[in-house]
Design a protein around this ligand. Structure first.
Ligand SMILES: NC(=O)C1=CN([C@@H]2O[C@H](COP(=O)(O)OP(=O)(O)OC[C@H]3O[C@@H](n4cnc5c(N)ncnc54)[C@H](OP(=O)(O)O)[C@@H]3O)[C@@H](O)[C@H]2O)C=CC1
Ligand SMILES: O=C1O[C@H](COP(=O)(O)O)[C@@H](O)[C@H](O)[C@H]1O
Length: 490
């Protein structure tokens, strides 16, 4: 019945935590539903509480009921899935306790794949523990959740420790944006369509915008978030990955090394932001109370769990330059924030305007063409272009129109898989192309550390913005200063 190649023990460290319950277990259930798990594979949940296998299955079922949305649990799938569930109580801080895992695994029968969905402080000891029970030898692999460090130094420490036991080819660093259907579609769009691949550089593109706006606030994660802030939480990983996919040179093949090498070159070409340009090229903000949709929401400093006055940014806008041949003179504007008016993640490629307007009797300036890649929600691709309004009038009327390719409509309501489904499947099958190489993580941190240091030098606090707005006014000025505007302003 099954089509999966790899028979594995997926060891889910942190199986009772929020990430496992909300994302990982539902994703594994969907893989089972699609018959993509090997029939003899197992999912070994690890947490501290002692409990029976049946109690664990009950907990997993409750999570699925809560988080497998839009459908009820299919009993036949559940029977197959629950038969794969095994529970193992281990206090991960206690090296001796890992023997319990050793007792129930046999790497010669099933490939051990260890997924670290725990606080990152535990990563080193989990590696030590896995080594102590011989669960590290290739083809064993390890999947690491973010955050991979708080800065370059701490990220290196984690990478070094994990690297003591696992070769880079065994390490799968998750960035869930790389599992999103629409982020992958960037590759298809760029490299399977000559109309785009031949117009993808400074000669035709004026600038690029990347927006990741969220309506949610810190969602009960104040202490984690306050230590991180939006720059570390969203830009260091997800948005620099998206930027790299947009900006990279064509990889020679669709494999891990080729793609990761090209992304890395982009990260190495980012022009550092320093105390010289930080005021011109960055904006940070923090939300105050306001309305998101119809709901009144508190300010950041009044969120549940807020402990002190804080200068952590919940909004960032950046002007990013990539110092290479292709992107010379093309700024990338990045904007991301919590408590914005809508959930919207999109990339806008704004092309250069026509050099001369022969239609100036009807329009003094022709609006430039735009390619809008909607990553979420309402996934799809839009091209904004000019058309003639049909009619016999003496003067030709032009109108900006949109060619809209919604994924749902185009692909007949085909279900869009959650990012974690794809990433778990690729990790199980041993394909690394959607995972982040150590060097990428470290170069991204180098760039981010520079911005954080420059912010700290200026000793300025983030600018306030009211919840439910698009961030501080300064973010509008960042674009206006260059004679441009964010796509939602036009
Ligand atoms: N939640 C999310 O949406 C996301 C989370 N992440 C990252 O994933 C990781 C997990 O996050 P999240 O699920 O939210 O965290 P939670 O605090 O909800 O869960 C942590 C899990 O780790 C386990 N754990 C902690 N200490 C030990 C220990 N000493 N021994 C055994 N198990 C232990 C807990 O087990 P026990 O039940 O025994 O306490 C629990 O299952 C973090 O690094 C987070 O930053 C990344 C992206 C998104
Ligand atoms: O990693 C994170 O991502 C989410 C946003 O993810 P998305 O898939 O909903 O766009 C963000 O809310 C969270 O703070 C961050 O840790």
């Amino acid at each position: 019945m099954t089509t999966a190649a790899t028979c594995c023990d997926l060891i889910l460290f942190g199986t009772l935590g929020d990430l496992a319950r909300r994302k990982l277990l539902p994703a594994l259930y969907q893989l089972e539903k699609a018959e993509l798990l090997h029939q003899d594979s197992r999912i070994i949940g690890v947490a501290r509480d002692a409990m029976s296998a049946d109690d664990y299955r009950t907990r997993v079922r409750e999570s699925l009921q809560q988080f497998v949305t839009k459908e009820s649990i299919d009993e036949e799938v559940w029977q197959r899935f629950s038969a794969k569930l095994v529970y193992c109580a281990v206090d991960l801080a206690d090296l001796e306790a890992y023997s319990a895992l050793g007792d129930i695994t046999d790497p010669t029968k099933r490939t051990p794949i260890s997924y670290f969905a725990t606080p990152p402080a535990l990563f080193p000891i989990i590696c030590d523990g896995l080594a102590s029970v011989n669960l590290i030898t290739a083809p064993a692999r390890v999947v690491l959740e973010k955050p991979l460090g708080h800065n370059l130094i701490s990220s290196r420490k984690i990478n070094q420790h994990v690297g003591r036991y696992f070769d880079e080819s065994q390490i799968y660093r998750i960035d869930h944006y790389l599992g999103k259907e629409t982020v992958l579609n960037l590759l298809a769009l760029r490299f399977a369509n000559s109309i785009f691949s031949s117009h993808w550089d400074h000669s035709t593109i004026d600038h690029i915008q990347i927006t990741a706006a969220e309506q949610v606030g810190v969602e009960g994660r104040w202490s984690y978030y306050d230590d991180a802030g939006q720059l570390r939480d969203m830009v260091q990983n997800h948005l620099l990955q998206v930027l790299s996919l947009i900006a990279m040179e064509p990889p020679t093949r669709l494999d891990a090394d080729s793609i990761r090498d090209e992304k890395l070159k982009v990260l190495k070409s980012l022009r550092p932001i320093t105390s010289q340009n930080v005021r011109d090229d960055t904006v940070r903000g923090q939300y105050t109370a306001g309305f998101v949709g119809d709901s009144k929401v508190p300010g950041y400093l009044d969120e549940d769990g807020a402990k002190s006055k804080s200068v952590t940014e919940t909004f960032v806008a950046l002007k990013v330059h990539i110092d290479n041949w292709r992107w010379s003179g093309v700024p990338f504007y990045i904007r991301t924030g919590k408590r914005m008016p809508q959930k919207r993640t999109e990339v806008v490629i704004s092309f250069k305007p026509q050099p001369h307007n022969i239609f100036h009797e009807t329009l003094s300036q022709l609006p430039p063409n735009k390619l809008i890649i909607r990553l979420q929600p309402d996934e799809g691709v839009e091209i904004q272009m000019m058309n003639k309004v049909p009619g016999l009038g003496k003067q030709m009327q032009l109108k900006p129109t949109t060619l809209d390719l919604s994924f749902y409509e185009t692909f007949e309501n085909k279900r869009i898989a959650d990012a974690y489904e794809r990433l778990l499947l690729e990790a199980i099958e041993g394909n690394q192309y959607l995972f982040v190489h150590r060097e990428e993580v470290e170069h991204a941190w180098r760039y981010i550390d520079g911005i954080l240091a420059a912010w700290s030098d200026t000793a300025e606090s983030p600018k306030s913005y009211q919840a439910g707005t698009w961030g501080p006014v300064a973010s509008v000025s960042l674009m206006a200063h260059d004679g441009r505007q964010w796509d939602d302003e036009s």
